[in-house]
Ligand binder design. Structure first.
Ligand SMILES: [Zn+2]
Length: 503
Protein backbone atom coordinates (compact mmCIF):
# COMPACT_ATOMS: atom_id res chain seq x y z
CA UNK A 1 0.00 0.00 0.00
CA UNK A 2 1.09 3.52 -0.74
CA UNK A 3 0.54 6.44 1.55
CA UNK A 4 -0.08 9.79 -0.04
CA UNK A 5 2.85 11.98 0.93
CA UNK A 6 2.92 15.46 -0.60
CA UNK A 7 6.71 15.53 -0.39
CA UNK A 8 6.96 12.46 -2.61
CA UNK A 9 4.36 13.38 -5.22
CA UNK A 10 5.76 14.70 -8.47
CA UNK A 11 4.34 17.95 -9.68
CA UNK A 12 3.47 17.38 -13.28
CA UNK A 13 2.05 20.80 -13.98
CA UNK A 14 0.08 23.40 -12.08
CA UNK A 15 -3.54 22.36 -11.60
CA UNK A 16 -5.17 22.85 -14.96
CA UNK A 17 -8.20 25.03 -15.58
CA UNK A 18 -10.55 22.05 -15.43
CA UNK A 19 -9.53 18.93 -13.53
CA UNK A 20 -10.26 15.59 -15.21
CA UNK A 21 -12.84 13.53 -13.29
CA UNK A 22 -11.88 10.62 -11.03
CA UNK A 23 -12.18 7.11 -12.44
CA UNK A 24 -15.62 5.77 -11.64
CA UNK A 25 -14.45 2.28 -10.69
CA UNK A 26 -12.30 3.50 -7.80
CA UNK A 27 -13.48 2.52 -4.33
CA UNK A 28 -13.02 4.49 -1.14
CA UNK A 29 -12.92 2.93 2.34
CA UNK A 30 -12.71 4.57 5.72
CA UNK A 31 -9.98 2.79 7.74
CA UNK A 32 -8.76 3.11 11.32
CA UNK A 33 -7.59 6.54 12.40
CA UNK A 34 -3.99 7.67 12.17
CA UNK A 35 -1.96 7.71 15.36
CA UNK A 36 -2.50 11.45 15.75
CA UNK A 37 -6.23 10.80 15.83
CA UNK A 38 -6.94 12.16 12.34
CA UNK A 39 -9.20 10.01 10.16
CA UNK A 40 -7.75 8.01 7.27
CA UNK A 41 -9.17 6.55 4.07
CA UNK A 42 -7.96 4.09 1.49
CA UNK A 43 -8.55 4.35 -2.25
CA UNK A 44 -8.72 0.98 -3.98
CA UNK A 45 -7.85 0.71 -7.65
CA UNK A 46 -9.68 -2.51 -8.64
CA UNK A 47 -7.77 -2.85 -11.91
CA UNK A 48 -4.25 -2.95 -10.49
CA UNK A 49 -5.55 -3.98 -7.04
CA UNK A 50 -3.41 -1.23 -5.54
CA UNK A 51 -4.31 0.67 -2.38
CA UNK A 52 -3.51 4.27 -1.53
CA UNK A 53 -3.87 5.68 1.96
CA UNK A 54 -4.99 9.29 2.20
CA UNK A 55 -5.70 11.72 5.03
CA UNK A 56 -8.47 14.15 5.89
CA UNK A 57 -7.30 16.98 3.60
CA UNK A 58 -7.09 14.74 0.55
CA UNK A 59 -10.45 13.19 1.39
CA UNK A 60 -12.17 16.58 1.55
CA UNK A 61 -10.56 17.66 -1.71
CA UNK A 62 -11.59 14.44 -3.45
CA UNK A 63 -15.13 14.78 -2.11
CA UNK A 64 -15.34 18.07 -4.06
CA UNK A 65 -13.44 16.83 -7.13
CA UNK A 66 -16.64 16.91 -9.19
CA UNK A 67 -16.57 20.70 -9.08
CA UNK A 68 -13.68 20.32 -11.57
CA UNK A 69 -12.55 23.90 -11.09
CA UNK A 70 -9.49 24.16 -8.77
CA UNK A 71 -10.56 27.50 -7.33
CA UNK A 72 -14.08 26.22 -6.63
CA UNK A 73 -12.72 23.10 -4.90
CA UNK A 74 -10.41 25.15 -2.67
CA UNK A 75 -13.09 27.69 -1.82
CA UNK A 76 -15.71 25.04 -1.03
CA UNK A 77 -13.27 23.09 1.19
CA UNK A 78 -12.36 26.25 3.05
CA UNK A 79 -15.99 27.29 3.50
CA UNK A 80 -17.39 23.93 4.62
CA UNK A 81 -14.54 22.49 6.72
CA UNK A 82 -11.91 23.73 9.14
CA UNK A 83 -9.26 23.18 6.46
CA UNK A 84 -7.63 25.85 4.37
CA UNK A 85 -5.90 23.98 1.54
CA UNK A 86 -3.39 25.79 -0.67
CA UNK A 87 -3.09 25.63 -4.47
CA UNK A 88 0.12 23.67 -4.00
CA UNK A 89 -1.59 21.01 -1.93
CA UNK A 90 -4.22 20.56 -4.63
CA UNK A 91 -1.53 20.43 -7.31
CA UNK A 92 0.32 17.72 -5.34
CA UNK A 93 -2.84 15.65 -5.05
CA UNK A 94 -3.55 16.11 -8.76
CA UNK A 95 -0.04 14.96 -9.61
CA UNK A 96 -0.41 11.95 -7.32
CA UNK A 97 -3.70 10.93 -8.99
CA UNK A 98 -2.18 11.39 -12.44
CA UNK A 99 0.94 9.44 -11.56
CA UNK A 100 -1.10 6.45 -10.37
CA UNK A 101 -3.61 6.74 -13.21
CA UNK A 102 -6.59 7.29 -10.97
CA UNK A 103 -8.11 9.97 -13.23
CA UNK A 104 -10.39 9.43 -16.15
CA UNK A 105 -8.52 10.32 -19.30
CA UNK A 106 -10.72 11.72 -22.01
CA UNK A 107 -7.90 13.57 -23.67
CA UNK A 108 -7.14 11.40 -26.76
CA UNK A 109 -3.50 12.51 -26.82
CA UNK A 110 -3.01 11.26 -23.27
CA UNK A 111 -4.76 7.97 -24.07
CA UNK A 112 -2.54 7.49 -27.09
CA UNK A 113 0.56 8.17 -25.01
CA UNK A 114 -0.55 5.59 -22.45
CA UNK A 115 -1.18 2.95 -25.13
CA UNK A 116 2.21 3.62 -26.72
CA UNK A 117 3.88 3.28 -23.35
CA UNK A 118 2.16 -0.03 -22.67
CA UNK A 119 3.24 -1.29 -26.10
CA UNK A 120 6.81 -0.24 -25.47
CA UNK A 121 6.74 -2.08 -22.20
CA UNK A 122 5.57 -5.19 -23.95
CA UNK A 123 8.04 -5.09 -26.84
CA UNK A 124 11.07 -4.14 -24.81
CA UNK A 125 11.10 -6.86 -22.19
CA UNK A 126 14.82 -6.62 -21.50
CA UNK A 127 14.68 -2.89 -20.80
CA UNK A 128 11.64 -3.46 -18.63
CA UNK A 129 13.49 -6.20 -16.77
CA UNK A 130 16.47 -3.98 -16.04
CA UNK A 131 14.23 -1.14 -14.87
CA UNK A 132 12.17 -3.43 -12.70
CA UNK A 133 14.88 -5.80 -11.65
CA UNK A 134 14.87 -4.58 -8.08
CA UNK A 135 11.30 -5.61 -7.54
CA UNK A 136 8.80 -7.30 -9.77
CA UNK A 137 6.05 -9.86 -9.35
CA UNK A 138 5.12 -12.83 -11.46
CA UNK A 139 1.53 -13.94 -10.72
CA UNK A 140 1.19 -17.73 -11.05
CA UNK A 141 -2.11 -18.57 -9.35
CA UNK A 142 -5.48 -16.85 -9.17
CA UNK A 143 -6.67 -18.76 -6.12
CA UNK A 144 -9.70 -16.80 -4.86
CA UNK A 145 -12.29 -19.46 -5.78
CA UNK A 146 -10.18 -22.43 -4.71
CA UNK A 147 -9.59 -20.79 -1.35
CA UNK A 148 -13.31 -20.17 -0.92
CA UNK A 149 -13.95 -23.87 -1.53
CA UNK A 150 -11.10 -24.98 0.74
CA UNK A 151 -12.06 -22.78 3.67
CA UNK A 152 -14.99 -24.87 5.05
CA UNK A 153 -12.71 -27.93 5.10
CA UNK A 154 -9.88 -26.13 6.83
CA UNK A 155 -11.71 -23.87 9.25
CA UNK A 156 -10.63 -26.12 12.17
CA UNK A 157 -7.12 -24.63 11.72
CA UNK A 158 -8.36 -21.39 13.24
CA UNK A 159 -9.88 -22.96 16.35
CA UNK A 160 -8.41 -22.36 19.79
CA UNK A 161 -8.06 -26.13 20.36
CA UNK A 162 -5.77 -26.43 17.32
CA UNK A 163 -3.56 -23.63 18.62
CA UNK A 164 -3.29 -25.27 22.05
CA UNK A 165 -2.49 -28.70 20.59
CA UNK A 166 0.22 -27.27 18.30
CA UNK A 167 1.69 -25.34 21.22
CA UNK A 168 1.75 -28.45 23.39
CA UNK A 169 3.34 -30.60 20.66
CA UNK A 170 5.93 -27.88 20.07
CA UNK A 171 6.91 -27.73 23.74
CA UNK A 172 7.20 -31.53 23.93
CA UNK A 173 9.29 -31.57 20.74
CA UNK A 174 11.66 -28.90 22.04
CA UNK A 175 12.01 -30.63 25.42
CA UNK A 176 12.86 -33.94 23.73
CA UNK A 177 15.35 -32.21 21.44
CA UNK A 178 17.05 -30.54 24.41
CA UNK A 179 17.67 -34.03 25.82
CA UNK A 180 19.60 -35.10 22.72
CA UNK A 181 20.97 -31.71 21.74
CA UNK A 182 24.36 -33.19 20.74
CA UNK A 183 22.67 -35.50 18.20
CA UNK A 184 20.76 -32.52 16.80
CA UNK A 185 23.87 -30.35 16.40
CA UNK A 186 25.93 -33.17 14.87
CA UNK A 187 23.08 -33.81 12.38
CA UNK A 188 23.39 -30.15 11.43
CA UNK A 189 27.13 -30.44 10.78
CA UNK A 190 26.46 -33.53 8.61
CA UNK A 191 24.05 -31.54 6.38
CA UNK A 192 26.67 -28.98 5.34
CA UNK A 193 27.25 -30.70 1.98
CA UNK A 194 25.92 -30.25 -1.56
CA UNK A 195 23.18 -32.87 -1.05
CA UNK A 196 22.36 -31.26 2.28
CA UNK A 197 21.90 -27.90 0.57
CA UNK A 198 19.48 -29.57 -1.84
CA UNK A 199 17.52 -30.91 1.14
CA UNK A 200 17.33 -27.42 2.63
CA UNK A 201 16.10 -25.98 -0.68
CA UNK A 202 13.24 -28.51 -0.82
CA UNK A 203 12.36 -27.81 2.81
CA UNK A 204 12.45 -24.09 2.01
CA UNK A 205 10.04 -24.51 -0.91
CA UNK A 206 7.59 -26.54 1.21
CA UNK A 207 7.74 -24.16 4.18
CA UNK A 208 7.36 -21.04 2.07
CA UNK A 209 4.41 -22.47 0.09
CA UNK A 210 2.56 -23.33 3.31
CA UNK A 211 3.49 -19.91 4.69
CA UNK A 212 1.77 -18.18 1.78
CA UNK A 213 -1.21 -20.51 2.06
CA UNK A 214 -1.47 -19.38 5.69
CA UNK A 215 -1.75 -15.72 4.61
CA UNK A 216 -4.20 -16.55 1.84
CA UNK A 217 -6.51 -18.71 3.98
CA UNK A 218 -6.63 -16.18 6.80
CA UNK A 219 -7.44 -13.40 4.33
CA UNK A 220 -10.24 -15.55 2.86
CA UNK A 221 -11.53 -16.22 6.38
CA UNK A 222 -12.07 -12.47 6.82
CA UNK A 223 -13.94 -12.26 3.52
CA UNK A 224 -11.16 -10.82 1.37
CA UNK A 225 -10.45 -11.85 -2.19
CA UNK A 226 -6.88 -13.06 -2.74
CA UNK A 227 -6.45 -11.87 -6.32
CA UNK A 228 -3.17 -13.57 -7.10
CA UNK A 229 -0.22 -15.49 -5.69
CA UNK A 230 3.13 -16.07 -7.32
CA UNK A 231 6.82 -15.28 -7.24
CA UNK A 232 8.20 -11.84 -6.46
CA UNK A 233 11.78 -11.05 -7.40
CA UNK A 234 13.57 -8.75 -5.00
CA UNK A 235 17.02 -7.86 -6.31
CA UNK A 236 16.79 -10.99 -8.50
CA UNK A 237 16.08 -13.09 -5.42
CA UNK A 238 12.87 -15.15 -5.85
CA UNK A 239 10.33 -15.03 -3.05
CA UNK A 240 6.77 -16.31 -2.94
CA UNK A 241 4.10 -13.73 -2.36
CA UNK A 242 0.38 -13.53 -1.69
CA UNK A 243 -1.57 -10.49 -2.71
CA UNK A 244 -3.30 -9.48 0.52
CA UNK A 245 -3.62 -5.85 -0.52
CA UNK A 246 -7.34 -5.92 0.21
CA UNK A 247 -6.48 -6.26 3.90
CA UNK A 248 -6.41 -2.46 4.02
CA UNK A 249 -10.18 -2.55 3.63
CA UNK A 250 -10.46 -4.18 7.05
CA UNK A 251 -11.25 -1.57 9.68
CA UNK A 252 -10.22 -3.87 12.55
CA UNK A 253 -6.48 -3.81 12.97
CA UNK A 254 -6.67 -7.14 14.83
CA UNK A 255 -7.80 -8.86 11.63
CA UNK A 256 -5.06 -7.20 9.58
CA UNK A 257 -2.51 -8.35 12.17
CA UNK A 258 -3.90 -11.89 11.99
CA UNK A 259 -3.42 -11.97 8.19
CA UNK A 260 0.08 -10.53 8.43
CA UNK A 261 1.18 -12.95 11.15
CA UNK A 262 -0.46 -16.03 9.60
CA UNK A 263 2.69 -16.84 7.62
CA UNK A 264 4.99 -16.86 10.62
CA UNK A 265 2.46 -18.80 12.68
CA UNK A 266 2.22 -21.43 9.93
CA UNK A 267 6.00 -21.77 9.92
CA UNK A 268 6.07 -22.13 13.69
CA UNK A 269 3.41 -24.87 13.49
CA UNK A 270 5.49 -26.73 10.87
CA UNK A 271 8.54 -26.32 13.11
CA UNK A 272 6.65 -27.74 16.09
CA UNK A 273 5.40 -30.81 14.18
CA UNK A 274 8.70 -31.51 12.45
CA UNK A 275 10.72 -31.18 15.67
CA UNK A 276 8.49 -33.60 17.55
CA UNK A 277 8.39 -36.06 14.63
CA UNK A 278 12.19 -35.91 14.30
CA UNK A 279 12.46 -37.07 17.92
CA UNK A 280 10.04 -39.95 17.39
CA UNK A 281 11.42 -41.45 14.15
CA UNK A 282 14.31 -43.87 13.74
CA UNK A 283 17.44 -42.98 11.79
CA UNK A 284 16.84 -42.88 8.06
CA UNK A 285 15.67 -40.72 5.19
CA UNK A 286 12.44 -39.71 6.92
CA UNK A 287 14.30 -38.49 9.99
CA UNK A 288 16.69 -36.57 7.74
CA UNK A 289 13.79 -34.93 5.86
CA UNK A 290 12.13 -33.97 9.15
CA UNK A 291 15.41 -32.47 10.30
CA UNK A 292 15.58 -30.26 7.19
CA UNK A 293 11.97 -29.20 7.70
CA UNK A 294 12.40 -28.45 11.41
CA UNK A 295 15.61 -26.40 11.10
CA UNK A 296 14.44 -24.49 8.03
CA UNK A 297 11.10 -23.54 9.53
CA UNK A 298 12.59 -22.48 12.88
CA UNK A 299 15.24 -20.34 11.25
CA UNK A 300 12.88 -18.85 8.65
CA UNK A 301 10.15 -17.94 11.10
CA UNK A 302 12.23 -16.66 13.99
CA UNK A 303 15.40 -15.27 12.44
CA UNK A 304 14.14 -13.99 9.10
CA UNK A 305 10.41 -13.41 8.89
CA UNK A 306 9.89 -12.10 12.39
CA UNK A 307 12.76 -9.63 12.03
CA UNK A 308 11.52 -6.05 11.57
CA UNK A 309 14.81 -5.01 9.99
CA UNK A 310 14.17 -6.45 6.53
CA UNK A 311 10.99 -6.06 4.53
CA UNK A 312 9.49 -9.34 5.63
CA UNK A 313 6.34 -10.07 7.60
CA UNK A 314 7.78 -8.90 10.92
CA UNK A 315 8.30 -5.43 9.46
CA UNK A 316 4.75 -5.13 8.18
CA UNK A 317 3.35 -6.50 11.44
CA UNK A 318 5.34 -3.93 13.41
CA UNK A 319 4.47 -1.04 11.12
CA UNK A 320 0.76 -1.94 11.20
CA UNK A 321 0.83 -2.42 14.96
CA UNK A 322 2.47 0.98 15.48
CA UNK A 323 0.18 2.43 12.80
CA UNK A 324 3.20 3.85 10.99
CA UNK A 325 3.00 2.93 7.29
CA UNK A 326 6.36 3.20 5.47
CA UNK A 327 8.07 2.72 8.84
CA UNK A 328 11.56 2.19 7.39
CA UNK A 329 11.58 5.26 5.15
CA UNK A 330 10.24 7.48 7.91
CA UNK A 331 12.65 6.17 10.57
CA UNK A 332 15.59 6.51 8.13
CA UNK A 333 14.65 10.09 7.25
CA UNK A 334 14.43 10.97 10.94
CA UNK A 335 17.78 9.31 11.75
CA UNK A 336 19.53 11.06 8.84
CA UNK A 337 18.36 14.50 9.99
CA UNK A 338 19.35 13.67 13.59
CA UNK A 339 22.81 12.55 12.42
CA UNK A 340 23.37 15.73 10.39
CA UNK A 341 22.19 17.93 13.24
CA UNK A 342 24.40 16.14 15.73
CA UNK A 343 27.47 16.27 13.54
CA UNK A 344 27.20 19.64 11.85
CA UNK A 345 24.64 21.66 13.80
CA UNK A 346 22.54 22.15 10.67
CA UNK A 347 19.52 22.79 12.84
CA UNK A 348 17.24 21.07 10.30
CA UNK A 349 13.68 20.42 11.47
CA UNK A 350 12.59 16.79 11.78
CA UNK A 351 10.79 15.53 8.66
CA UNK A 352 7.70 14.92 10.80
CA UNK A 353 6.70 15.34 14.41
CA UNK A 354 6.83 12.43 16.89
CA UNK A 355 6.58 12.41 20.68
CA UNK A 356 10.16 12.55 22.12
CA UNK A 357 10.23 8.93 23.35
CA UNK A 358 8.87 7.63 20.04
CA UNK A 359 11.30 9.83 18.12
CA UNK A 360 14.24 8.34 20.03
CA UNK A 361 12.91 4.81 19.53
CA UNK A 362 12.58 5.38 15.78
CA UNK A 363 16.13 6.71 15.48
CA UNK A 364 17.48 3.70 17.41
CA UNK A 365 15.37 1.44 15.17
CA UNK A 366 16.84 3.04 12.04
CA UNK A 367 20.42 2.53 13.26
CA UNK A 368 19.70 -1.07 14.32
CA UNK A 369 18.23 -1.73 10.87
CA UNK A 370 21.32 -0.32 9.13
CA UNK A 371 23.63 -2.35 11.34
CA UNK A 372 21.57 -5.52 10.87
CA UNK A 373 21.53 -5.13 7.09
CA UNK A 374 25.25 -4.41 6.95
CA UNK A 375 26.01 -7.61 8.87
CA UNK A 376 23.46 -9.77 7.03
CA UNK A 377 24.40 -8.66 3.50
CA UNK A 378 28.11 -9.06 4.09
CA UNK A 379 27.45 -12.36 5.89
CA UNK A 380 25.40 -13.78 2.99
CA UNK A 381 28.01 -12.78 0.42
CA UNK A 382 30.89 -14.20 2.48
CA UNK A 383 28.95 -17.44 3.13
CA UNK A 384 28.20 -17.87 -0.59
CA UNK A 385 31.83 -17.14 -1.41
CA UNK A 386 33.22 -19.61 1.13
CA UNK A 387 30.65 -22.41 0.85
CA UNK A 388 29.43 -22.36 -2.76
CA UNK A 389 30.53 -20.54 -5.85
CA UNK A 390 33.34 -18.05 -5.60
CA UNK A 391 32.18 -16.11 -8.66
CA UNK A 392 28.55 -15.83 -7.54
CA UNK A 393 29.79 -14.76 -4.11
CA UNK A 394 31.83 -11.98 -5.66
CA UNK A 395 28.97 -10.79 -7.90
CA UNK A 396 26.51 -10.87 -5.00
CA UNK A 397 29.03 -9.10 -2.85
CA UNK A 398 29.52 -6.36 -5.44
CA UNK A 399 25.75 -5.85 -5.97
CA UNK A 400 24.91 -5.86 -2.27
CA UNK A 401 27.85 -3.73 -1.28
CA UNK A 402 27.06 -1.19 -3.99
CA UNK A 403 23.31 -1.08 -3.72
CA UNK A 404 22.67 -1.45 -0.02
CA UNK A 405 25.79 0.02 1.54
CA UNK A 406 27.86 2.23 -0.74
CA UNK A 407 24.99 4.00 -2.58
CA UNK A 408 23.21 5.14 0.60
CA UNK A 409 26.51 6.25 2.17
CA UNK A 410 27.46 7.99 -1.07
CA UNK A 411 24.08 9.80 -1.22
CA UNK A 412 24.51 10.97 2.37
CA UNK A 413 28.09 12.14 1.75
CA UNK A 414 26.89 14.03 -1.34
CA UNK A 415 24.44 15.94 0.84
CA UNK A 416 27.22 16.74 3.29
CA UNK A 417 29.41 17.93 0.43
CA UNK A 418 26.67 20.12 -1.05
CA UNK A 419 26.02 21.72 2.31
CA UNK A 420 29.67 21.99 3.37
CA UNK A 421 29.39 25.80 3.65
CA UNK A 422 26.80 25.39 6.40
CA UNK A 423 28.90 22.99 8.44
CA UNK A 424 29.85 24.46 11.79
CA UNK A 425 32.07 22.22 13.83
CA UNK A 426 30.48 22.61 17.21
CA UNK A 427 32.17 21.84 20.51
CA UNK A 428 30.14 18.64 20.64
CA UNK A 429 31.64 17.47 17.34
CA UNK A 430 35.12 18.41 18.55
CA UNK A 431 34.71 16.11 21.55
CA UNK A 432 33.03 13.46 19.43
CA UNK A 433 35.91 13.42 16.94
CA UNK A 434 38.47 13.48 19.77
CA UNK A 435 36.84 10.57 21.60
CA UNK A 436 36.37 8.60 18.38
CA UNK A 437 40.03 9.27 17.53
CA UNK A 438 41.23 8.09 20.93
CA UNK A 439 39.08 4.97 20.67
CA UNK A 440 40.50 4.27 17.24
CA UNK A 441 44.03 4.73 18.63
CA UNK A 442 43.23 2.28 21.43
CA UNK A 443 41.97 -0.45 19.13
CA UNK A 444 44.37 0.16 16.23
CA UNK A 445 46.66 -2.87 15.79
CA UNK A 446 50.00 -1.06 16.19
CA UNK A 447 51.95 -4.25 16.70
CA UNK A 448 51.48 -7.10 14.33
CA UNK A 449 54.09 -9.37 16.07
CA UNK A 450 53.14 -11.17 19.26
CA UNK A 451 55.84 -12.59 21.58
CA UNK A 452 55.12 -15.43 23.97
CA UNK A 453 56.72 -18.49 25.59
CA UNK A 454 56.47 -21.70 23.62
CA UNK A 455 57.25 -25.37 24.13
CA UNK A 456 58.54 -27.64 21.39
CA UNK A 457 58.44 -31.38 21.66
CA UNK A 458 59.27 -34.25 19.28
CA UNK A 459 56.56 -35.82 17.22
CA UNK A 460 56.98 -39.18 18.95
CA UNK A 461 57.28 -39.33 22.70
CA UNK A 462 57.30 -42.09 25.24
CA UNK A 463 56.40 -41.35 28.83
CA UNK A 464 58.36 -43.30 31.47
CA UNK A 465 57.01 -43.65 34.97
CA UNK A 466 59.00 -44.62 38.05
CA UNK A 467 57.65 -47.92 39.50
CA UNK A 468 57.98 -46.48 43.05
CA UNK A 469 57.79 -43.00 44.56
CA UNK A 470 61.34 -41.78 43.94
CA UNK A 471 63.60 -38.73 43.71
CA UNK A 472 65.37 -37.83 40.46
CA UNK A 473 69.11 -37.64 41.10
CA UNK A 474 70.56 -37.42 37.58
CA UNK A 475 69.28 -36.86 34.03
CA UNK A 476 71.07 -36.53 30.68
CA UNK A 477 72.30 -32.90 30.45
CA UNK A 478 71.20 -32.31 26.86
CA UNK A 479 69.38 -34.00 24.06
CA UNK A 480 71.61 -35.95 21.74
CA UNK A 481 72.72 -39.41 20.73
CA UNK A 482 73.03 -42.00 23.49
CA UNK A 483 74.94 -45.25 23.44
CA UNK A 484 73.62 -48.65 24.36
CA UNK A 485 73.86 -49.54 28.02
CA UNK A 486 74.28 -45.91 29.09
CA UNK A 487 72.31 -45.04 32.23
CA UNK A 488 70.11 -42.04 31.55
CA UNK A 489 68.14 -41.36 34.71
CA UNK A 490 69.19 -42.17 38.29
CA UNK A 491 66.35 -42.44 40.76
CA UNK A 492 66.43 -42.90 44.51
CA UNK A 493 63.52 -44.18 46.48
CA UNK A 494 64.13 -43.06 50.14
CA UNK A 495 61.29 -45.17 51.50
CA UNK A 496 62.75 -48.34 49.98
CA UNK A 497 66.35 -47.69 51.21
CA UNK A 498 64.98 -47.11 54.72
CA UNK A 499 63.15 -50.40 54.61
CA UNK A 500 66.35 -52.13 53.46
CA UNK A 501 68.35 -50.46 56.31
CA UNK A 502 65.80 -51.64 58.92
CA UNK A 503 66.11 -55.18 57.71
ZN1 LIG B 1 4.56 -13.79 4.83
Amino acid sequence: MLTFNPALALIAKPAAAALPPLREDLKLFAVGTNRDGSPAWVIQDPISNAFYRIGWLEFELLARWDLANPEAILASTHAETLLDPSRDELAHLHAFLLQHQLLEQRDPAYKQALITRLREQRTNRVKWLIHNYLFFRLPLLYPAQTLQRLLPWLSWIFSRTTVLIVLLLGVIGLALTARQWDVFTSSFVDTLSPSGIFGYLIALAITKSLHELGHALTATLYGLRVAHMGIAFVVMWPMLYTDTGEAWRLAQSRQRLAIASAGILTELAIAAFATLAWNLTDDGDLKQALFFLATTSWVLSLALNASPFMRFDGYFILSDWLDLPNLHERAFALARVALRNTLFDFGDPDPEYFAPSRRRALIVFAWLTWLYRLIVFIGIAVAVYLLFFKLLGLILFAIELLWFILFPIWRELTVWHQRRAEIRLSRRVFWLVLIAGLMLLAVWPWQTVVHGPGYAHPEQMHAIYSPLPAQLLAAPPELGAVTAGQSLFVLEAPHRSQLIALN
